[in-house]
Design a protein around this ligand. Structure first.
Ligand SMILES: *Cc1c(COP(=O)(O)O)cnc(C)c1O
Ligand code: SF4
Length: 412
């Protein structure tokens, strides 16, 4: 730890100099689909129907496909399906092999390499599953998997074993059993719908599911984890928002990793959700050559606030099989966090967590701000590396005791 010089190491620009191209909201553009009618383009079902799912299509649309990507794409359908909506495809910079959007969605041959510590179920969900499709890891809340489908598949997905069904996991949620379990466990006050992507269900199906959960008296709080507002902002229709609005308190966590994902279409879709009174959070995954840079991350988080979204979690990338090429180190993550707290709006700062391998749940990790805690005092440092002392006392006692003489503090 470097208390004296917390900003060393990342080489990033100081606050306020963030690259304007990272900050700007732009439409995704039409690209190859310029002759599609406006009605079709803005229809989410059209977008889903025209997803890029085969290697041949990918070669056509992305002539700059590298040998590593081509080999990855050829293997993709045995592991995690390819599936990119035209809207999202247009965010790829075809001239840039290292485009941060491209790295998230185009498979690479490195996915077929599995390190010894990588797993197909890295956070031990299956072992905390009392009924299929329900993960009950924490005392008062459950994760409710509603589908194995997503609008597009992220190459680092923790649930690769399950989503897209390419690896034969054969996921069939049974809502009746999942709901019966929740109803029978009065300690469950918070239900998190995820998947796969819950917003891929039809409005009717989702409404039915939410109504059944709302009918359980001890379920106080509902939330949905979804990447749809990012992949398929067209899905966020006024009808969907009006339906969701009936189920408050309902929160939504989106999943965006790079400021270029926040287009004008996405900003408007998020605005519609926020106007329906839905508090919005974001979960990002720290990804190598995507957002493992303090300037990019800061621009992303600030842009999320402009979309009325509070950054919630920044995840250390789970140890999912074949994800090493996308994983940034914990030290890198800590360096980035160091550049955020104090340097920018507190609302923009997510909690950086490791979802403990094997099933320990999310554990927050932070740069160290408490330098020493002993003999009647706490020694802290601020974001600038300046050191301060706060007197410690027994709970409820006046802090009047002068700090005892102590040796030079040891940095923890
Ligand atoms: C992340 C997660 C939750 C929700 O955790 P919060 O910290 O409350 O957001 C619940 N259950 C499981 C299994 C999870 O992975
Ligand atoms: S949207 Fe979420 S569940 Fe779906 S592939 Fe991406 S990370 Fe996995």
């Amino acid at each position: 730890m470097q208390a004296e010089n917390p900003s060393s190491g990342t080489g990033s620009a100081p606050l306020g100099t963030t690259n304007p191209s990272l900050k700007a909201f732009r439409p995704a553009g039409r690209g190859f689909w310029h002759d599609v009618s406006e009605a079709d383009w803005s229809d989410w079902r059209w977008q889903m129907k025209h997803r890029i799912t085969t290697v041949e299509q990918l070669k056509n649309f992305l002539p700059t496909l590298t040998p590593e990507e081509l080999a990855g794409a050829q293997l993709a359908n045995t592991k995690l399906a390819l599936g990119i909506t035209p809207y999202f495809f247009n965010l790829i910079d075809s001239a840039d092999e290292n485009c941060p959007i491209r790295r998230q969605v185009i498979p690479r041959i490195e996915e077929s390499t599995t390190a010894p510590w990588e797993m197909s179920d890295p956070v031990g969900e299956d072992s905390h599953s009392p009924v299929p499709g329900l993960v009950h890891r924490y005392p008062d809340r459950v994760l409710f998997l509603v589908t194995d489908r997503c609008a597009r598949y992220c190459r680092y997905c923790t649930r690769s074993r399950l989503v897209s069904n390419a690896s034969g996991y054969d996921f069939h949620p049974e809502y009746d059993k999942q709901i019966a379990y929740i109803a029978a466990h009065p300690e469950i006050r918070d239900v998190l719908l995820s998947g796969g992507d819950p917003l891929l269900l039809s409005d009717e199906k989702l409404e039915n599911l939410l109504s059944r959960l709302r009918a359980i008296p001890h379920v106080e709080f509902l939330r949905i984890g979804t990447r749809i507002p990012i992949f398929l902002p067209q899905r966020i229709t006024p009808e969907l928002c009006a339906m969701l609005k009936q189920f408050h308190p309902l929160f939504i966590s989106i999943h965006a990793n790079h400021p270029r994902e926040l287009t004008t279409e996405v900003r408007d879709a998020l605005g519609r959700l926020a106007d329906a009174g839905i508090p919005l959070g974001n979960q990002s995954v720290l990804l190598r050559h995507v957002n493992d840079d303090a300037e990019v991350m800061k621009a992303h988080l600030q842009k999320l606030l402009r979309c009325r979204v509070k950054p919630y979690y920044l995840y250390q990338c789970d140890l999912i099989a074949g994800s090493a090429h996308l994983r940034a180190s914990v030290s890198r993550g800590l360096e980035i966090m160091e550049q955020l707290r104090g340097h920018t709006t507190g609302y923009a700062v997510p909690t950086y967590v490791i979802d403990a391998p094997g099933g320990g749940g999310k554990v927050p990790i932070n740069p160290e701000y408490v330098l020493c805690r002993n003999a009647g005092r706490v020694l802290i440092r601020n974001y600038e590396g300046k050191i301060f002392e706060y007197p410690e006392s027994a709970d409820g006692q006046p802090c009047g005791q002068p700090p005892k003489e102590i040796a030079e503090p040891e940095l923890v």
